[in-house]
Design a protein around this ligand. Structure first.
Ligand code: NAP
Length: 261
C-alpha cells in the first residue's frame, strides 16, 4: 500500500535540465504531479516543457541559478501562484570538481558548497512554510554514495554530500511534528552529463571498469521510495556493496582508496 500519492501532488525539481533531475521531472509529471522545473539552461527547460506537455503533463519552468536567492524565491512563488501550494521539493541540482585538495584554490570549495549544500538548504528554509501545509509533503535531497564514503580526488564534492546527509538526518527528526518526510537519495555512477560539467578536472582515480545506471532508473527508484515513505536509498547495486564494505571495515576501504590516490 502506497504511503504517498504522486498523482495530484505539486513538485519543485532543481537541476531539471539534464540527467537525474530531468528524468525525475518527466516521471513525476507522467505520474500526474504538477512540476516546477528549474536549472540555468533555458533551451533545455523549453525542451523539457515540450516533452512533458506533449505527454499531457503539467510543468512550469523557472530558468535561473539555484545559488541566487531571487531564483529560489521565484520557485516558491511559482508553486504557490500556479499550483496553489507545494507537496514535493526535490533538491537535485549539483556540481562536481575533481583533483587533489592541495592543488585546488579556495574558490572550488566555495562553489561546490554553494551549489550542493547552501543553495538546497536555503531553498528548504524558504519552502518549509508552504510544504508544511502540503499534502503528504516530502523533501528529496539528492546526495551521492560519496556522501557515505569519500574517495580521493573528490574532497570538496564528498564534503558537500556528507553535509547534506547530516543535515537531512537532523531535519528528518525535526520535521516529524510538521509531518514533512525527508528522503536522501545517494546515487552511484549514473549515465548523465555530470562528468562533463565538473567545475574543474585536475586528475581522477583510475577506477576499474563499472557499468553506470541510467538516470531513468534512478528516477524510478526515487519515486518508488517517495511512495513508500523510505528515508534513504542507494539506487546502484555496486554502491550498496561499496557502502556495506566501508561499514564492515573502514580501514580496509582506506587501504583500497589509497591505491587510487
Ligand atoms: N551522475 C552521477 O554519477 C551521480 C552520482 C552521484 C550523485 N549524483 C548527483 O545527482 C545530481 C544530479 O546530477 P546528474 O548526474 O543528473 O548530472 P547533470 O546531468 O550534470 O545534472 C546536473 C543538473 O544540475 C543543474 N545545475 C548545476 N549547477 C546549477 C546551478 N548553479 N543552478 C541551477 N542548476 C544547476 C544542471 O543544470 P544547468 O547546467 O542547466 O544549470 C543540471 O540540470 C547531483 O546532485 C549529483 O551530485 C550524480
Amino acid at each position: 500500500m502506497a504511503r504517498r500519492e504522486i498523482s495530484g501532488s505539486r513538485a519543485i525539481v532543481t537541476g531539471a535540465s539534464s540527467g537525474i533531475g530531468r528524468a525525475l521531472a518527466v516521471e513525476l509529471a507522467r505520474q500526474g504531479a504538477s512540476v516546477v522545473a528549474t536549472a540555468r539552461r533555458e533551451d533545455r527547460l523549453d525542451e523539457l516543457r515540450a516533452t512533458i506537455e506533449s505527454a499531457g503533463g503539467t510543468v512550469v519552468t523557472v530558468p535561473g541559478d539555484v545559488t541566487d536567492p531571487a531564483t529560489r524565491r521565484q520557485l516558491i512563488k511559482t508553486a504557490r501562484e500556479r499550483f496553489g501550494g507545494l507537496d514535493v521539493l526535490v533538491n537535485n541540482a549539483g556540481v562536481g570538481a575533481m583533483g587533489r585538495f592541495e592543488e585546488a584554490d579556495p574558490e572550488r570549495l566555495r562553489r561546490v558548497m554553494e551549489v550542493n549544500f547552501f543553495a538546497p538548504v536555503e531553498l528548504i528554509r524558504l519552502a518549509l512554510p508552504l510544504l508544511s501545509q502540503g499534502t503528504q509533503p516530502i523533501i528529496v535531497n539528492v546526495s551521492s554514495i560519496l556522501g557515505l564514503r569519500a574517495t580521493p580526488y573528490s574532497s570538496e564534492y564528498s564534503a558537500s554530500k556528507f553535509a547534506m546527509q547530516g543535515f537531512s538526518e537532523a531535519l528528518r527528526t525535526e520535521l516529524i511534528r510538521n509531518h514533512v518526510d525527508v528522503l536522501v537519495v545517494s546515487p552511484g555512477t549514473t549515465e548523465t552529463e555530470f562528468f562533463d560539467s565538473v567545475l574543474e578536472k585536475k586528475g581522477e582515480p583510475a577506477w576499474p571498469e563499472h557499468t553506470p545506471v541510467t538516470p531513468e532508473a534512478v528516477a524510478a527508484a526515487t519515486i518508488r521510495a517517495m511512495r513508500k515513505g523510505r528515508h534513504a536509498i542507494i539506487p546502484y547495486r555496486w554502491g550498496r556493496v561499496f557502502c556495506w564494505l566501508n561499514r564492515l571495515s573502514p580501514r580496509l576501504m582506506d587501504a583500497i582508496m589509497a591505491r587510487y590516490s
